[in-house]
Design a protein around this ligand. Structure first.
Ligand code: ATP
Ligand code: MG
Ligand code: MG
Ligand code: MG
Length: 481
């Protein structure tokens, strides 16, 4: 007889029928009531163990965390809090769990504590909910692009290209394990190359994605991305996942339209397909918030935040307008910002981004046309304005509680303009011949963006630390795995 998953049993009306369930013990009360979970849903199944029906030896092993298999009869529950329960007729302990050693005893654990035992936190209801929402969002991303005829392209993880030029790359080294070369001190001499060529782990799939888009039209890549971020913020990881569509014959406005549509689509999908998980996370966030002093509480609860993005048209303004707003906001709110805006040309900090979204516009914001000097070489140059300012057709999407969630641009398709910019930025052209061929042969306007997947999951789950929305967080001080 095959086992049935708990989610199915909780919805079943087949009372009097025999079922087998398998899962992990959450709690065991009064030597009689077991709550078990098998990961299929957030709710536990109650199992009633008839007194004296089972050997003491077995019952004594029913500790939190143990894996068990139970055969029993499905009955309507008389108790509060559940509709059905299983009256056990047969019980088998599959894997014991030592109550003195298993760290996840039935109580609320802090996220900080759970981060220390990230390998076990999958067993908690909170992480069950987070990873279900993460799964739904990933699926929705693929569905969105698939419905629109985009081709999913796998761009390389080991690459010689540095799209961002921000010096945040992990270099790839090769090592002959049989006979590693050693230096004078006898230490292993790592060769900082990939069989003779310098390579790094990808910081973005964009440049390779452009090659595909300039033939297939609309493509996207969705894969692991690596940045040597030697900082420990709540919004950066050294290894994260990025969604990067690239579209031929799109300008920056088409780019913004697509990004806004994508964000609304995937948020809506998660709300519709994970109602229990989102409800659980909403309550969780509300409880956490109550513990904080009034001035540190979130401006919006999770329900309001999600509606904020679904119901509003995103505000679209230029970088230059944003700087004016931020400067004007200073006099009457002196302590508004830790980092004051000195003038045109500086990059925004997330506190500025959040101010624009949460306080000024009260809508998600798309900022466009940033100063060329703070953006990457490949962005399309705008006409120089009357004041001689050079800007590029970039766009960032800013979300409440997060700041930048999307960064994108129209790409510089004009060969001469692009190569001149590369020279100005000391980017060697001969190493990028493969990329420049897109501009030599049949160049065309095109655009694209990068959506940080973990920032999206952060937003939809209402969590506040990016390390809590990826199964295996990788950051400078991560010790596990
Ligand atoms: P930030 O300003 O927050 O450092 P960025 O401008 O360096 O981000 P982009 O190069 O524009 O990032 O990358 C596109 C998107 O990837 C960002 O909008 C963000 O959502 C996400 N992202 C960038 N760096 C990280 C990181 N270290 N960890 C997680 N997500 C990231
Ligand atoms: Mg960055
Ligand atoms: Mg940025
Ligand atoms: Mg960016």
């Amino acid at each position: 007889m095959k086992h049935t998953r708990i989610k199915e049993l909780l919805d079943s009306n087949e009372f009097g029928k025999e079922f087998i369930v398998k899962g992990w013990v959450k709690t065991f009360r009064n030597n009689q009531f077991l709550a078990i979970n098998d990961g299929s849903c957030l709710s536990n199944l109650q199992i009633v163990i008839g007194i004296n029906e089972f050997e003491d030896q077995q019952v004594k092993k029913l500790h939190t965390g143990a894996a068990i298999a139970v055969k029993g009869i499905l009955t309507e529950s008389q108790g509060k809090g559940q509709r059905v329960e299983l009256k056990a007729t047969c019980l088998e302990i599959l894997g014991e769990s030592d109550p003195d050693k298993f760290p996840l005893q039935p109580k609320k654990h802090s996220l900080e504590f759970l981060r220390e035992i990230a390998h076990l936190r999958f067993r908690t209801t909170t992480f069950n909910a987070i990873f279900k929402v993460r799964n739904a969002l990933a699926f929705a991303v693929h569905q969105f692009f698939n419905e629109r005829g985009f081709v999913y392209i796998h761009t390389p993880i080991i690459t010689g290209s540095d799209a961002e030029g921000a010096g945040e790359m992990f270099q790839v080294t090769t090592l002959d394990l049989d006979q590693p070369a050693r230096n004078d001190k006898g230490e292993i001499d790592y060769k900082e190359d990939f069989f003779g060529k310098q390579t790094n782990l990808t910081v973005s799939g964009q440049l390779e994605g452009e090659l595909a888009a300039m033939a297939l039209g609309n493509i996207y890549t969705f894969g692991p991305t690596f940045r040597a971020e030697n900082s420990n913020t709540t919004r950066h990881l050294a290894e994260f996942w990025m969604i990067e569509p690239e579209m031929a014959f799109y300008d920056n406005n088409d780019n913004m339209d697509l990004a806004e549509e994508l964000l609304k689509y995937v948020i809506k999908y998660a709300l519709e397909t994970c109602p229990d998980e989102i409800e659980f996370l909403k309550n969780r966030q509300a409880e956490e918030d109550k513990k904080k002093p009034q001035n540190e509480r979130a401006a919006m609860n999770l329900t309001e935040k999600l509606e904020f993005c679904l119901l509003n048209d995103f505000e679209r303004i230029s970088y230059t307008e944003a700087i004016e707003i931020l400067k004007r906001s200073k006099p009457n709110q002196k302590k508004q910002f830790k980092y004051l805006i000195d003038g045109w040309g500086v990059d925004l900090q997330s506190e500025h981004e959040r101010y624009l979204v949460e306080k000024h516009f009260k809508k998600p914001v798309i900022l466009s046309d940033y100063p060329a000097d703070i953006k990457a070489f490949y962005m399309r140059q705008n006409e120089v304005d009357e004041q001689g300012r050079k800007t590029v057709a970039a766009m960032d999407i800013l979300f409440p509680g997060i700041g930048e969630i999307v960064g994108g641009s129209q790409r510089e398709e004009r060969y001469d303009v692009l190569t001149k910019r590369m020279d100005e930025m000391n980017i060697p052209q001969h190493e990028m011949d493969w990329f420049l061929d897109t501009r030599r042969f049949g160049t065309a306007p095109h655009a694209g963006f990068g959506l940080g997947f973990e920032r999206l999951v952060l937003f939809v789950t209402g969590m506040t630390n990016i390390r809590d929305v990826i199964p295996f967080p990788r950051f400078p001080k991560s010790a596990e795995f």
